[in-house]
Design a protein around this ligand. Structure first.
Ligand code: 5FU
Length: 265
């Protein structure tokens, strides 16, 4: 069972080079917290990235909500990632035909493939989503990039059913492009079994169980121990705290303790 294995041991089973890197980073830095930096001003994102950097393995962006985007913002974000040792994920949720996602990944204002170690993609279009994203990268660059495929969502009333989950798992684990898949975004350990993939689970908060727009929350302990999360994604739980740094530390401590408990049992 993958949830019983340590991150170190799973690094050796990963087919994606970025997944391997992330598993090892998590183990050495002792954190399985991803910060969802959903803020609309570049300086605000850089500020929370600097404060929370020591406690996170991954910083997740929605770059299209940044009102004052510039290349300088990306340069600064990358140097914070380097300084504090975390990876960058753009939660773009690509969902179009291969040719279009290839353009969306590498071109336009954001040139995501140039800086995001990881991106998210829906499996709705089928395998061509992976081929399309890969096509945007040179042969060497594809080793430094990875995709998290969405097999489930935390939104109440979402349309994903068991068949869709099963087929998403097949795309993530079978075929020529599995070396490009770093993990799966989902809500349950039953969604996939392969231990070389990371389970990223959003919808994590210490108190409060829903928001007004369909988001459903679970506690850090619940997502790691009952739902099989390898990485817990926290946005507003940290961003809206009075002391952001302290909140990041608390989430880091609770998510990490839950993981240590999980592998010890
Ligand atoms: F794929 C998903 C999902 O199923 N639920 C999510 O909430 C992604 N998310 C993202 O996680 C969402 O786009 C936000 O960036 C983040 C959750 O933020 P919160 O403030 O902790 O609710």
């Amino acid at each position: 069972q993958r949830t019983k294995l340590t991150y170190e041991s799973r690094a050796n089973l990963a087919k994606s080079a970025v997944a391997k890197r992330l598993f090892n980073l998590m183990a050495s830095k002792q954190t399985n917290l991803c910060l969802a930096a959903d803020l609309t001003k570049a300086d605000d994102i850089l500020n929370v990235a600097d404060k929370c950097g020591p406690y996170i393995c991954l910083l997740k962006t929605h770059v299209d909500i940044v009102e004052d985007f510039s290349e300088g913002f990306i340069t600064n974000l990358q140097s914070l990632a380097k300084r504090h040792n975390f990876l960058l994920m753009e939660d773009r949720k690509f969902a179009d035909i291969g040719n279009t996602v290839s353009l969306q990944y590498a071109k336009g204002i954001y040139k995501i493939s140039g800086w995001a170690d990881l991106v998210t993609a829906h499996t709705l279009p089928g395998r061509s989503i992976l081929q399309g994203l890969k096509a945007a990268l040179g042969p060497d660059a594809s080793k430094e990039r990875g995709v998290f495929l969405l097999a489930e969502m935390s939104a109440s009333g979402n349309l994903i059913d068991d068949k869709y989950k099963e087929n998403s798992n097949k795309i993530a684990t079978e075929g020529a492009d599995v070396d490009f898949v770093a993990g799966v975004v989902c809500q349950s350990s039953k969604t996939f079994a392969f231990p070389g993939l990371l389970q990223l689970t959003p919808g994590v908060k210490i108190d409060e169980s829903v928001d007004k727009l369909g988001q459903q929350y679970q506690t850090p302990e619940h997502v790691v121990q009952e739902r099989g999360a390898d990485i817990g994604v926290v946005g507003r739980g940290i961003l809206q705290a009075t002391n952001v740094e302290q909140a990041a530390q608390t989430y880091r401590d609770r998510l990490w303790a839950a993981y240590k408990d999980r592998v010890a049992k």
